[in-house]
Design a protein around this ligand. Structure first.
Ligand SMILES: [Ca+2]
Length: 114
């Protein structure tokens, strides 16, 4: 039952991400390892939860590098649900070695999500 629920949420998330991407094109990509290696996840102009995602990759408490490809600022949080801010990163920019190994959620803060 829970697996089906997660799959359903993931499918909705994927649609939302694609819709957002087609609107403005900004995105952030987070990587498991330093210097943009290992598993990766991309989030478009929408908030993100590192625990669940469309590719079935879990990067909860596991990101080490970040790429932001547009003029956006993203905030990274220790806990799910955007609690306990760890730091913010401004784009466009590449961050090959971030100390974000305990981050569980992220969201764009500038420009603000409508
Ligand atoms: Ca965490």
């Amino acid at each position: 039952m829970k697996v089906n629920q997660f799959e359903e949420i993931s499918a909705i998330q994927e649609l939302n991400n694609e819709a957002a991407a087609s609107c403005s094109g900004g995105k952030v990509t987070v990587f498991r390892d330093r210097v943009f290696r290992g598993d990766r996840l991309t989030f478009y102009n929408k908030d993100g939860d590192l625990r669940y995602n469309k590719e079935g990759i879990n990067l909860d408490d596991a990101i080490s590098s970040v790429v932001i490809d547009a003029d956006e600022t993203w905030a990274f949080y220790l806990d799910p649900g955007y609690k306990n801010l760890v730091g913010t990163l401004k784009g466009p920019g590449i961050y090959p070695d971030v100390q974000y190994g305990s981050v569980s959620s992220l969201k764009r803060i500038s420009p603000p999500i409508a």
